[in-house]
Each structure stands twice: as structure tokens, then as C-alpha cells.
Ligand binder design. Structure first.
Ligand code: NAP
Length: 330
């Protein structure tokens, strides 16, 4: 396959590019060149800002476009419209955040998507992210019809994760000792290794699949307790867990998801329990969690000082303070 990946150099895109090259596909990457020129030398690199800079594509043709970095409907519409006569298919990386509130547990791909108060807004924020992605999806479907493939990932994890969400837990568990464990131990968590997501996207393209799919994991339900204990075992860590309930976390102003990644209040639990039936039927396979956990730690430990780019999650000082206050209260 001749693939054009819009993006492709950072995290999921990097995994997609590596998997595509390994599978023998020819890969062209369109990006601005932020990662420098040493990254992924086996791929062809076209440097441009996608918003207004698509003339760099000329009249070249590709079998498939994979768009990993579409956030604004106007910009995605421009690439989909330009590439429609020049590419067979368009795979758009969307998100499970597209849905309208309230999200039902076990939400399927057919649930209504969020609408924006101002659909012309280009202000990207936590509030507009899902609605904008939903509009981007509709622009891709309008241009490519049955040749549009919309992939809605949940939390993406594994090596090269620049968000510091999953890596927070891996570092913390590897350090051992008393770990603050958030909320209800039986609450579901979902995430997908970027490498499994990449392999699955290529598999979908190989099989000619179309439509819209959630892609997250694992394929069997996982609880927060099983995640923390399983990851701790995989790391050979001697962590112990003190579970702080949701009311206490709220009282003390702990920010769900950002300050304690993977933790959401019970009212948002459906976000980590989306239906995977369609992806599983299409052949989704997730590697053992232990492999993702260990590979993430190896990658983290090899990062040069100061190379971490995500917003900082909870500090050890804040964790110790919260544990102390919890013990006093109890
Ligand atoms: N992380 C998660 O947990 C999560 C969950 C659900 C969905 N998603 C979605 O998954 C995708 C993940 O992206 P990723 O960062 O992992 O992909 P990536 O393809 O590895 O990185 C983003 C790429 O886009 C390029 N890029 C960014 N802005 C650009 C612009 N204006 N013009 C041209 N190139 C541009 C970047 O290179 P340059 O900077 O050099 O241009 C980089 O190559 C996103 O669409 C996100 O919404 C993420």
C-alpha cells in the first residue's frame, strides 16, 4: 500500500509509521518537521503546515490517507477534499470523546455525538475537543463516503506517550511504597497500547473495513484494582495500595484524569466502559498489559532529563499529604 500519513512522527503516528514500514508499505509523512530530520528515515517526509500548506502534496496519489492530527473541521475538510481525487481511502483518527452527555455505560458507535454551541469555533479546549472531532469526522465522511474509516480510540498508552497520564502510574508503581489508589477499586478502566492500535488500523485497511469503530482495550473488562495490582506485579514492585474514596478526593480538590490519570468520578464511569463489540468482531487484539507496562517504564527511564512534555500529574508531596489527611480523617 502507498500510505500518506498526516502527522506520523510523535506517538500514535510514530507507531503507525513503524508498523506500516515493517509490513512493507511505502510511507509518506506530512508534518511540520518539529521532531527533527533523524526521525523515521525510511519514510518519505514532506514538511508543511497542513492548514494552508497542502500544495506540497502536488498531484501525487496514494492508496490510503491516515490522518492522525485533525482537530479542526475546516482544516480536515481541506485535506479530505483535496485528497478525494488522489487517494482511495481516508482513515481519520478521532476519539471516544465525541459523544453527547450523558454518556450511557457500554456506549456504542451509534450514540449521538456532541454538538457545539458555536460550530464555527476554532478554540480548542477540553470543552470543544469532542464536538470538533465529531465535526471533523463528518467532513471526512462527506468527502470519502463508504471509503471513510473513522477510528475512535480511548486513552492511548505505551512508549512515546507524551501526555504523562499512563506514565505517571508506571513511574509511581515502580517506585513502590504506599500508593494513593483513587475511588472505587471496581471501576472500569480502558486504554490501548499505541502499537496495538497501529497494527489494528493497518489490519482494518487490509481487510477493506469501513465505518466507525471504538478502539480501546483490553478486550476483557479491567478494573482500576486489577490495573494497579497487575501493573505493580509486572514491574516487580512492592507497592501497597490505600484506596481514597471519591468524596474525599473531591473535598481535597483532586482533579480527575489529569492529576490522577485514569481516575474519573462515578458519574463519568461510562467514559471508561465503551462497547468494543465492533472492534473485537473486526479482529482487535491487545498485547498483555504487562508488556505495555514494562515497555513504558523502559522508555520512560531512557528519556533525557527534562524531556517529559505532559502536564505534571500528582507530585509525591501531594500524595503523601493526601494520605496523611486520609489517615487522620479515618
Ligand atoms: N493520546 C490519547 O490518549 C488520545 C486518545 C484518543 C484520541 N487521540 C487522538 O489521537 C491522535 C494522536 O496523535 P499523536 O500525537 O499520537 O499522533 P502523531 O502523528 O504521532 O503526532 C502528531 C503529528 O502531527 C503533526 N502535526 C501536528 N500539527 C500539525 C500541523 N498543523 N500541520 C502538519 N503536521 C502537524 C506532528 O508533527 P509536527 O509537530 O512536526 O508538525 C506529528 O507528526 C490525535 O488526533 C488525538 O486527538 C489521542
Amino acid at each position: 500500500m502507498r500510505l500518506l500519513i498526516i502527522g506520523g512522527t510523535r506517538f500514535l503516528g510514530h507507531a503507525l509509521t513503524e508498523a506500516a514500514l515493517r509490513a512493507g508499505h511505502t510511507v509518506t509523512l506530512l508534518h511540520r518537521g518539529t521532531a527533527g530530520c533523524a526521525v523515521l528515515p525510511e519514510a518519505e517526509h514532506l514538511h508543511a503546515e497542513r492548514d494552508g500548506g497542502l500544495e506540497v502534496l502536488g498531484d501525487r496519489t496514494w492508496d490510503t490517507v491516515i490522518d492522525t492530527c485533525g482537530q479542526l473541521p475546516r482544516v480536515v475538510e481541506a485535506s479530505a477534499t483535496r485528497l478525494r481525487p488522489r487517494a482511495g481511502r481516508y482513515l481519520f483518527i478521532s476519539t471516544i470523546s465525541v459523544y453527547a452527555d450523558p454518556l450511557p455505560s457500554g456506549v456504542t458507535e451509534d450514540a449521538p455525538v456532541a454538538t457545539l454551541a458555536d460550530p464555527r469555533t476554532e478554540a480548542l479546549s477540553n470543552e470543544t475537543y469532542g464536538g470538533l472531532k465529531a465535526l471533523c469526522e463528518s467532513r471526512v465522511r462527506a468527502a470519502f463516503g463508504a471509503e471513510a474509516l473513522i477510528v475512535r480510540p480511548g486513552l492511548i498508552v505505551g512508549p512515546r506517550d507524551y501526555t504523562d497520564r499512563f506514565p505517571y502510574w508506571i513511574r509511581r508503581l515502580a517506585d513502590g511504597g504506599e500508593v494513593l489508589a483513587p475511588g472505587n477499586p471496581e471501576q472500569r478502566v480502558q486504554f490501548i497500547d499505541a502499537r496495538d492500535l497501529a497494527t489494528f488500523c493497518l489490519h482494518l485497511l487490509d481487510t477493506g473495513a469501513g465505518g466507525t469503530l471504538h478502539v480501546t482495550g483490553p478486550t476483557a473488562p479491567l478494573t482500576m484494582r486489577a490495573f494497579l495490582e497487575g501493573a505493580s506485579t509486572a514491574l516487580g514492585s512492592h507497592a501497597t495500595f490505600t484506596w481514597l474514596d471519591e468524596a474525599f478526593l473531591r473535598e481535597t480538590g483532586v482533579h480527575p484524569w489529569t492529576e490522577l490519570p485514569l481516575w474519573v468520578p462515578a458519574t463519568d464511569a461510562a467514559f471508561s466502559a465503551v462497547d468494543l463489540g465492533r472492534a473485537v468482531a473486526a479482529g482487535l487484539h491487545c498485547r498483555p498489559m504487562a508488556d505495555t507496562v514494562r515497555d513504558t517504564l523502559t522508555w520512560e527511564r531512557a528519556l533525557p532529563d527534562g524531556a517529559r512534555t505532559g502536564s505534571p500529574a500528582m507530585t509525591r508531596e501531594r500524595e503523601a499529604d493526601l494520605l496523611l489527611r486520609w489517615r487522620r480523617r479515618s
